[in-house]
Design a protein around this ligand. Structure first.
Ligand code: ADP
Ligand code: MG
Length: 394
């Protein structure tokens, strides 16, 4: 992960733009990565989740073109990716450029007038760490397109939600990654010092105060740097199991199963696998509601207990954890964390822990030592605060 400040990246991405395209960009926009505090694997079940925007952001220096071509350069990738707007498809431009091109494709399909762009991106969000570098990339480009083409979609929550929906389509339909809607909503709608309660059934959002520093605590993110090959396939398998169970139970999504009806619903499923998947989803949605209540009441101990329960449910019922995530969360707890859980899709990626501010170093050190002892790749830990959503920087 990079420690560069926003103004350093704004400057270097502008310089890179001039170098790549021979003139200055019209502006620089950025959008944050996210961590989900609680409510994992609930978005595609019409459930609740509670992400915050990270201080780590992806920056896009952008200028309009006279034709309908899109040219893209990334400080994190080699070469230039290029495509004509009419040719954008799951096959073209392929690679990382699909995340950028997909946004323009989705905006145009929505009837919005969008022309060709030159784009240079640079990012402080680690890739593939479960912190949503893909949504940060899409949302930075969407913000730029909205401003440069006078779409005005950054000016209201409705406009931002519409942009988020287009970014989800970019990721699903052009980049070919079957994700739910949480990441893009977080990147466009989360406020500073707040978590975003996102109802994935109605699309409703609510800001929930989240300022751990005010009570002498910190949110510690640990990128385990573990990447397990099963990742992509397993996500689809979990989604399928949820859809099958919902069909058996005669509901559109598992959101419709109230916690009180869970035991009766489980009795109606005949596979143990589906029972465990449903139990995770229904109890996890309830934990989001409880965590919001606890945050509003200032009861961090309870939030910590809910983190622990969420992790156990993801590990045992949903089976998306891995050894590295289990070791990191257990070590954090043993060294004074109020609670710790994996965050993101699982099978690697990151975990989060609520830690007394004066123990951040100790916990990070203990997790690093535990990883060394187990022979894992060294993890990267950093404290984060709830940060600003997508905006124009320059
Ligand atoms: P995550 O979103 O958890 O970081 P994903 O696999 O969803 O992981 O997205 C990572 C992919 O997004 C990268 O492999 C790359 O294709 C693309 N991407 C993200 N950030 C950038 C960037 N700054 N430059 C180029 N591609 C990027
Ligand atoms: Mg992603």
């Amino acid at each position: 992960m990079s420690d560069r400040t926003a103004s350093e990246v704004v400057e270097s991405v502008s310089t890179a733009f001039e170098r790549a395209f021979g003139s200055a960009p019209e502006g620089v926009w950025s959008a944050p990565g996210r961590v989900n505090l609680i409510g994992e694997h609930t978005d595609y079940n019409g459930g609740l989740c509670l992400p915050i925007a990270l201080p780590q952001r992806t920056f896009a220096a952008v200028a309009r073109r006279d034709d309908d071509r899109l040219r893209m350069v990334s400080a994190q990738q080699n070469g230039v990716s290029e495509v004509a707007l009419d040719d954008i498809s799951p096959e073209q431009p392929g690679g990382w450029g699909a995340y950028v091109a997909g946004v323009l494709w989705a905006l145009r399909r929505d009837g919005l007038e969008v022309g060709g762009l030159d784009v240079v991106v640079d990012s402080t969000v680690p890739f593939g760490a479960g912190l949503s570098s893909s949504a940060a990339l899409e949302c930075a480009v969407a913000a730029a397109a909205s401003d440069l083409h006078d779409l005005g979609l950054l000016d209201s929550a409705e406009g931002r939600a519409r942009l988020a929906a287009r970014c989800v389509e970019a990721e699903n339909d052009i980049a070919g990654a079957p994700t739910g809607g949480m990441d893009q909503s977080a990147s466009l709608l989360c406020d500073e010092a707040a978590a975003l309660l996102l109802d994935c059934r109605s699309g409703a959002t609510e800001q929930v105060p989240f300022d751990l520093a005010a009570t002498g605590h910190a949110l510690l993110v640990t990128d385990t740097r573990a990447e397990h090959a099963l990742n992509d396939g397993q996500y689809a398998v979990r989604r399928d199991a949820c859809e099958r169970a919902a069909a058996t139970l005669g509901v559109e999504t598992l959101r419709e199963i109230a916690p009180a009806d869970l035991p009766a619903s489980l009795d109606r499923l005949d596979s143990d696998e589906e029972r465990r998947r449903v139990r995770h989803v229904v109890t996890e949605i309830e934990r989001v509601t409880l965590a919001v209540d606890a945050l509003r009441a200032g009861d961090l101990e309870e939030v910590g207990r809910l983190f622990d329960a969420s992790h156990a449910s993801l590990r045992d019922d949903y089976e998306v954890s891995c050894d590295e995530l289990d070791v990191a969360t257990a070590t954090a707890r043993a060294h004074g964390a109020l609670g710790a859980r994996m965050t993101g899709g699982g099978f690697g990626g990151s975990c989060i822990a609520i830690v007394p501010a004066d123990r951040v170093k100790e916990v990070a050190g203990a997790v690093a030592a535990a990883f060394e002892e187990h022979g894992y790749t060294p993890p990267v830990s950093f404290a984060v605060v709830a940060s600003a959503p997508a905006h124009r920087d320059a």
